[in-house]
Design a protein around this ligand. Structure first.
Ligand SMILES: *Cc1c(COP(=O)(O)O)cnc(C)c1O
Length: 391
């Protein structure tokens, strides 16, 4: 029975994954995203979501989404370029451009698709991509597509601007593209964006910045990592932001010069060949964007919780990485030990995911603690009390 054999092969690989402790499964939430996640009838304190401002379950945003669904229907019906670009899509693009200070923005269904559009569209034959070693998986896939298009790809050691400079200086590529996370998703640290921007100017390169974890959180009004560093909305910069994390909804955008955005709109395959997101998503985002812009109190609360966690965990057996953001990784080292610690917290009603290789480098398995403005001070205390007990 050949079809059975096909599946037997896959099953063998899955068993190998399980034997290495690397198989994955999902948990079903019986509640909306928030500080409490109900799982199997149990109320878990949620330190796993990227809902940094606590907006994912916000009733006003949900209402805006419902209103937009009633006004505009459930589906957009086609890709943006065919007939799927509705007024709510246009409005949110203009709102995101104004908010980030760039002339134009283009909306995408997910950040993954946004990243797949940018690098391979900018870089093809004769061009060179320079990427940080710890970039997000979606940027790595984008880099592989650029390579398939004929670009050369070089990865520089994490946040090492001097190493990047040597690579740029040695390159005779027609077009150079520097690609980096702004906030690294598994470490929580910031890219040295001012140094990278200066290198981009000096070597006449594009700078592509993935601000998935900075948008809504960093900078005045949550305008993101570029604003945090007081960097200009330069025409050599493309800023990607995701809208399913701090913004609490879903989707993503790329902001840049009018020309660069028009170029992406004409050539970005993951923009062109996919159905536009439901207009209700754009409607919800308009509300979310307003809450982000007016969200100084939420951000103050978030940074207070981050400081409380870092104070509480200082001197613990497991070190916290020096992260100034909502992503607080506690380095355990060993894969099995990280999973056991995550499991022990789970049994105490605390949901903190363990992250293992290949998502992070070997020997650096960790707990990835996501802090949110939705957390109460007592929630943070419960987490560090439990960790102290387990240490
Ligand atoms: C989450 C994430 C993405 C992907 O965004 P989605 O909207 O979830 O597809 C891209 N880059 C980084 C750094 C991320 O953390």
């Amino acid at each position: 029975m050949p079809a059975d054999r096909l599946n037997a092969e896959l099953a063998t690989e899955l068993e190998e994954l399980a034997a290495a402790g690397l198989n994955r499964r999902r948990r079903v939430l019986e509640s909306r995203c928030g500080r409490i996640a109900t799982v199997d009838g149990r109320e878990m304190l949620n330190f796993a979501a990227n809902d940094y401002l606590g907006l994912a379950g916000n009733p006003a945003i949900a209402q805006a989404m419902a209103d937009a669904a009633l006004a505009w229907g459930a589906g957009s019906g086609a890709s943006h370029l065919v007939s799927g670009h509705l007024v709510p899509h246009e409005t949110i693009e203009q709102g995101l451009a104004a908010f980030t200070g760039f002339p134009r923005a283009l909306s995408f269904s997910t950040g993954y698709l946004a990243n797949l559009a940018v690098t391979p569209t900018l870089a093809g034959r004769g061009d060179a991509v320079f990427a940080d070693k710890l970039n997000h998986a979606s940027l790595i896939d984008a880099m592989q597509l650029a390579k398939a298009n004929g670009a050369t790809v070089q990865r520089y050691p994490h946040n090492d601007a001097a190493a990047l400079e040597r690579l740029l200086a040695a390159s005779d590529a027609r077009r150079k593209v520097i690609v980096t996370d702004a906030v690294f998703s598994m470490d929580g640290d910031l890219a040295p964006l001012p140094a990278l921007f200066e290198l981009a100017e000096r070597h006449d390169a594009w700078l592509v910045v993935d601000d998935a974890h900075g948008f809504g959180v960093l900078g005045p009004q949550g305008r993101g990592s570029l604003a945090h560093f007081h960097l200009p909305a330069s025409p050599r910069v493309l800023l990607m932001g995701t809208l399913g994390k701090a913004a609490g909804v879903g989707g993503a955008f790329v902001a840049g010069s009018a020309t660069a955005i028009d170029y992406l709109l004409n050539k970005g395959r993951s923009y062109i060949f996919t159905t536009a997101a439901p207009p209700a998503v754009a409607g919800a985002l308009a509300c979310s964007l307003q809450l982000i812009a007016d969200g100084d109190a939420l951000r103050r609360r978030l940074f207070e919780r981050i400081a409380r966690l870092r104070d509480g965990l200082a001197g613990l057996r497991w070190p916290l990485l020096p992260s100034p953001t909502a992503i607080q990784p506690l380095i355990v080292g060993d894969n099995a030990a990280a999973v056991a610690l995550s499991q022990a917290l789970w049994e105490r009603g605390l949901w903190v995911p363990a992250i293992r290789p290949p998502t992070v480098p070997k020997g650096t398995a960790r707990l990835r603690i996501s802090v949110s403005a939705a957390h109460e001070a007592a929630d943070i205390d419960r987490l560090f009390d439990a960790l102290k007990e387990l240490a």
